[in-house]
Structures are given as C-alpha cells and as structure tokens.
Design a protein around this ligand. Structure first.
Ligand SMILES: Cc1cc2nc3c(=O)[nH]c(=O)nc-3n(C[C@H](O)[C@H](O)[C@H](O)COP(=O)(O)OP(=O)(O)OC[C@H]3O[C@@H](n4cnc5c(N)ncnc54)[C@H](O)[C@@H]3O)c2cc1C
Length: 400
C-alpha cells in the first residue's frame, strides 16, 4: 500500500503542532507523527512565557530583532482571540502580564527606561499603590516593572492545536519505526511505516534532540550543529498566591522566574526557572531547593515556607545552531538538506516565526497543496501528555 501526502512532520511539540495547523489551514495534506505523547518534550516543560524581547533590552540590543520579537505577544493574543494565523480560541492564558522584581540598589528606574525604549507601550514602573495583593503579601520591596508579556496555559494550547485534526496526528517513532528510502540525490523518496509507503513533498523534523540522529541516519547532518542546555526546574507545591515574576539579579538572566500553575488537587504550584534551574546534569534536587529558598528569602521574605513541598524536573533545552550565526541562536533555526527540513523554534514564543519561515521556503520552492487528505487510521492515535505538576512526586519541606 502507498499513501501520498504533501507534508510529513515528525515531533508534536509546539513547533510541529503550530506548523501542522497552519499548513492544514492553507489546504495542505499533512501527517504529524509523535513518538510518545502530544507536547511531552520541552513544550509541556516550558513556563509558557510569550517573550517580547525584554531580555535583549537588558543586553543593550535595542535593534530590529528585539522589535520583531516584540510583535510576538500580539500575534499570540490574536491566535487566542481566534483571529490569528492559527486558532487558539479554545486555549487561554494563565496571566495577561508579568512583573520584573528589582531589589533596592539595582537601578530599577534605569532598567525600566531601557525596557520602555525597546518595547514602548505597556512596560512601565508600577507605583507601590498599584501593586497587586499577591505581590504585597510576598513582602517584596524594591522596584516593580509591569511587562505586557502573556503567560500561556501550555496544556490548553496543545489541546487547542491538536483538536482540529486529530486523525492526522499519529503515534510513531520516526527514528526507530520508520524505514527511509533515500534517492541518489540524497532526497527522501518515501518512508515505510505501519506497513505502508508514505511519500511527501517535504519532510519536516521538529523532533528537538532527535533531529540530529535523524539527520545523521539520513545523511543530512553536514553543517548541522545543536546544543543541549541542562535544566533542573524547581516546583513548589502549596504556593501562597498566583504570581508571574522575574527576580532580577546582577546578571542579565533573572535569579529566578516564577510562573504559577494549578495542580490536579486544586493547590497552586510555583514553577521555578531562571538561575535556580540552570545547573549541571549531576546536580541534586536539594541544590535547587536551597537556591529557591535563598532567593525567596531575599526577594519575598513575607512568604511562609513551612507548608510547601518541593519537586524538580530535569529537562534539556535543545537548540539548533545555524552555521551562519555560529553562536547561540536567538530566533528559529532551520537546517535544510534535500527535501528535508530540521527545525528548532529556540523558544515556544517563536513557533509562529518558524512556521512563517517554512512557508516562505515553500513559496520560493513552489511547494503547494495538491495531495488529497489521506486516511491515517493504519497508524495508532497519539495521546496527550500530562503536566509536570500533575506527575511530580512531592518532598516534604522538612526533608528538602
Ligand atoms: C524548562 C523550560 C522552560 C521554557 N520556558 C519557555 C518560556 O517560558 N517561553 C518560551 O518561549 N520558551 C520556553 N522554553 C523553550 C521552549 O519550550 C522550546 O523552545 C519549545 O518548546 C521547543 O519546541 P519543539 O516543538 O521544537 O520541541 P519539543 O517540545 O521538545 O517537542 C519535540 C517533540 O518531538 C518528539 N520526538 C522526539 N523524537 C521523536 C521521534 N523519533 N519520532 C517522533 N517524535 C519524536 C518528542 O516526543 C516531542 O514531543 C522553555 C524550555 C524549557 C526546557
């Protein structure tokens, strides 16, 4: 048996799902393959912050890149309203904005000014009288900068993106289950999967860490560079309030970034990233708990930590490195080889940007929708992943 389709995508994280939806909307016949469960990689582990380029302001880069990134929150908001490039109207945000917490002596006013210069509009210092109740009860004192960056409910977004065409999202490990047949020019002729030969015009790999071994297996790895940055994210169960904030420290990276999530038992969980999570693979969870306690003690001395419980999530952040830039990528990276594209969005925020770059390539190369929608029921359906706060094992505060 043989099935023809326009596009095969492998990897159902935010990159694959956003692209899948956009291509479906354009009328392409698309198959999206996922080896495990929808969103199970970095995407469900992300904090869901839709960045607006503020970090570039800290690094002194008030440039075109920072401005193009500053368009991302509005683009995501349009999708959430149902009038963007994909329909996220069934999803929601956890918060419409966040705060920068700048302790006394850190030139909060200057940071606020730089941020405003880069991003304009809705970035401003929040007078103490306007601090939200949640922030007051933490005991923070210093400068608070209001940032117009939404925080996405990532699980809801995954469901919204997968809901429209579940029949074309199937479970298969493209690295181990599929047998690729490569033509003389290095292009993929077709792949054998589930007892069928599947032929597509383009094969797009959004499989994060698996992109490299795939490229090696298919002879497409020349010039491809990737990097993995290990993180040990902290989780704090029984958090006191809903808070979305970056604790600013001496470097351009926050000491700690806090997002809030609701666990299955209804309690609040603070998910802790930034400096407290950036540590080597062999670090122990206790290192994260200690760093988080220290940061909380310094920035939020009003919080009672006696009833909280802790957990950690080890996760690698995977990025492609473009041969051209040769440095840490700030925007999506695409490695093109024959009729295959190996893609990394670099941030959840940039999944729409990655898709638009791919569509530009399609337009330039004349890749248009033409194959009929196919029946993929010969492959098993793909389940959804669970959130880190629903699968965490909590450690009592006393033993942490
Ligand atoms: C802790 C953490 C916090 C973050 N916070 C933010 C944030 O707040 N804001 C932001 O913009 N970015 C954030 N990021 C970055 C962001 O999460 C990633 O850039 C983005 O999710 C990457 O999406 P992806 O679809 O490329 O990869 P992934 O989400 O990792 O998806 C890859 C998918 O490919 C599948 N796959 C792997 N191998 C195969 C195979 N052989 N066959 C088929 N499928 C396969 C995996 O199972 C997975 O589902 C964060 C990242 C981390 C790790």
């Amino acid at each position: 048996m043989a099935t023809k389709t326009d596009i095969v995508i492998a990897g159902a994280g935010i990159a694959g799902l956003w692209l899948f939806n956009r291509l479906k909307r354009e009328g392409y016949s698309v198959l999206l393959l996922e080896k495990d469960s929808i969103g199970c990689g970095q995407t469900i582990a992300s904090q869901g912050i839709i960045h607006s380029g503020l970090k570039y302001a800290f690094a002194g880069q008030v440039n075109a890149l920072a401005r193009s990134i500053s368009a991302m929150p509005d683009l995501w908001r349009a999708a959430l309203r149902g009038d963007g490039p994909v329909d996220l109207s069934a999803a929601k945000v956890n918060a419409s904005s966040q705060y920068l917490l700048i302790p006394p002596g850190f030139m909060g006013g200057l940071i606020g000014l730089v941020a405003k210069k880069t991003l304009g509009g809705n970035v401003h210092e929040l007078p103490a009288a306007q601090w939200p109740q949640a922030l007051r009860q933490t005991g923070f004192s210093g400068t608070v900068i209001f940032m117009d960056e939404p925080v996405l409910d990532v699980a809801a977004a995954l469901h919204a993106l997968a809901a429209a065409h579940p029949d074309a999202i199937r479970k298969a490990d493209i690295l181990h289950d599929a047998e690729f047949v490569i033509g003389a020019n290095g292009a993929i002729d077709y792949l054998n999967l589930g007892g069928q030969a599947i032929t597509a015009k383009r094969y797009i790999f959004t499989a994060a860490a698996a992109n490299r071994p795939l490229a090696e297996k298919l002879g497409h790895a020349a010039g491809l560079e990737t990097q993995a940055r290990p993180l040990l994210m902290g989780l704090m169960h029984n958090a006191p309030c809903e808070l979305y904030a970056h604790c600013v420290g001496p470097s351009d990276k926050p000491v700690m970034t806090i997002t809030t999530h609701r666990a299955a038992d209804g309690s609040l969980v603070w998910y802790l990233g930034g400096g407290v999570a950036e540590r080597a693979r062999d670090s122990s969870p206790g290192d994260v708990y200690r760093a988080a306690r220290e940061a909380l003690g310094k920035y939020m001395p009003g919080i009672d930590l006696s009833r909280v419980q802790w957990s950690t999530l080890p996760i690698d952040r995977i990025e492609g490195k473009s041969a051209a830039s040769g440095h840490l990528p700030d925007t999506p990276v695409i490695h093109a080889a024959a009729n295959a594209l190996y893609c990394w969005p670099t941030k959840l925020t940039f999944a729409p940007m990655l898709t638009e770059k791919i569509l530009e390539k399609f337009a330039a190369e004349g890749i248009r929708p033409s194959a009929p929608q196919a029946d993929w029921s010969f492959l098993p359906p793909c389940p959804f992943t669970q959130t880190p706060w629903d699968t965490a094992r909590w450690t009592a505060a006393a033993s942490a």
